[in-house]
Design a protein around this ligand. Structure first.
Ligand code: ZN
Length: 446
């Protein structure tokens, strides 16, 4: 996360001084990638946690938030007390489950000397499969709130807040006499302001006085665009992390607005595109939001697209500073030669071992990380194909991407998970098996 903050500063300097060199650009992209992998993996864990249910719907799932600086002996004492209370719970089953969860946490936090800088969140309890699961998560940002909850679900809200989209987009719909402004963060739109100027229509019968009126009308229209620009500055220049602006409007007014330099140059640099809308005002903003999804998608995928392009460029130059295919990439990681590791989302698969404790039947199954919770549920319902027992369980789970990511982090490489939503992402997946690396040096002779 430290690297990430540093990069933001570099980016801001660059955009102000306009001296962003290619080398600089690469640093920016790659430093951001490291944190994007972290975030990606945590997001997945949270999604899995949110879909987990407690055993028989009992109130037995423990969530424990420990900010940095939390005294472990204090927490230990609190958990011992809670365990004492749990013994009095009327339902034997719930009492047993809560006790088991608390004991499991107590056993593990004994071994903790120091909490991570951002604190630690522990989720523990008997889930629908009847086993006590212990899932610790190190947050991406420091947590400040200390919290203990025992409920029929895991409480992930505060971790989720940290992962919310921070980048914002400005939306503006402008025509001859109105302007409307809004901010878009993730899928959430905040309407900011409506502006209305009085500009009479253009139509008239002609004649001397009519021409004079038209001139007057034009001046009013220009004044309106100037005002619209001033309001845009007031609203958008203050927004931190403003990633871009999309302009909309029903007429040529929006084009005149851009070409006539009515927008502050710092905002003009951020205009991602213009879109025709049939409406103005708040309704126009809504229309613009729908119609600009393609433009915004491109921006969100920019980083991963650029990384794949860097890989393809290096490959084309035949410098030997790339690796692709599992064997080659693994070798590059072992040698510590990887600068950037690109992994297709399609490769994010768990290797699991399903076991029947009755007859020792085992089967290896690969499950997409995204679909793991459904797989767990399905295993509970499935019967052993050998002996018909209904006690099948998932014995072993290997998260290939997580393992790979850990090793890449150890050698200081950056990691980017690349979706298949873009052409570049499809090339990575279809033509290169979904796993490639940009190297620090050629490893051909090694
Ligand atoms: Zn069996």
């Amino acid at each position: 996360m430290k690297i990430y903050k540093l990069t933001i500063r570099i980016m801001k300097l660059d955009s102000r001084d306009n001296i962003g060199t290619k080398a600089n650009l690469e640093i920016i992209i790659m430093s951001k990638a490291a944190s994007s992998f972290e975030t990606y993996k945590i997001k997945q864990s949270i999604e899995r946690l949110e879909r987990k249910k407690s055993f028989n719907g009992a109130t037995c799932l423990v969530t424990l938030y420990m900010p940095n600086g939390t005294s472990i002996p204090d927490v230990t004492q609190q958990l011992v007390d809670e365990r004492g209370t749990a013994a009095n719970i009327k339902s034997k089953q719930t009492s047993k489950a809560v006790t088991a969860a608390l004991s499991s946490i107590l056993n593990r936090i004994k071994q903790i000397r120091d909490l991570p800088n951002n604190g630690l969140v522990i989720f523990c309890g008997m889930t629908q499969n009847g086993k006590v699961e212990y899932i610790p998560i190190t947050p991406v940002e420091p947590i400040t709130r200390k919290m203990y909850v025992c409920d029929s679900r895991f409480h992930t809200e505060h971790l989720r807040e940290q992962l919310e989209e921070k980048e914002q987009f400005g939306l503006m719909v402008v025509d001859r006499e109105t302007a409307a402004y809004a901010l878009l963060r993730g899928n959430h739109m905040t309407f900011l302001r409506n502006l209305h100027s009085f500009v009479p229509g253009k139509h008239g019968k002609g004649g001397q006085s009519q021409r004079r009126i038209q001139r007057g009308t034009e001046i009013l229209a220009q004044d309106h665009l100037r005002r619209a620009g001033e309001v845009a500055s007031k609203l958008f220049l203050e927004v931190p992390d403003l990633k871009g602006i999309v302009l909309g409007g029903p007429s040529l007014a929006k084009e005149n607005f851009v070409r006539g330099n009515f927008l502050d140059f710092r905002l003009t640099d951020k205009v991602l595109g213009t879109v025709d809308t049939g409406y103005t005002g708040e309704q126009g903003i809504r229309e613009l939001m729908e119609k600009s999804s393609e433009i915004l998608k491109d921006v969100c995928y920019l980083k991963e697209k650029q990384l794949v392009q860097i890989f393809l460029r290096e490959l084309g130059k035949d410098t030997g500073q790339v690796a692709y295919g599992q064997k080659e990439v693994m070798k590059a990681i072992e040698l510590g030669a990887v600068k950037t590791l690109l992994i297709s989302e399609e490769l994010d698969v768990f290797q699991t071992k399903v076991l029947c404790p009755q007859c020792n039947y085992t089967k290896q199954e690969a499950v997409k990380a995204k679909e793991f919770v459904e797989f767990e549920e399905e295993i509970l319902k499935r019967n052993c194909p050998e002996c018909g027992s209904s006690k099948l369980s998932i014995e072993d789970t290997i998260d290939f991407v997580e393992e790979l990511g850990k090793r890449a982090v150890e050698i200081g490489a950056e990691i980017e998970i690349v979706s298949t939503d873009t052409e570049e992402g499809m090339i990575l997946y279809k033509s290169f098996g979904g796993l490639v690396a940009i190297l620090r040096y050629s490893i051909r002779e090694m």
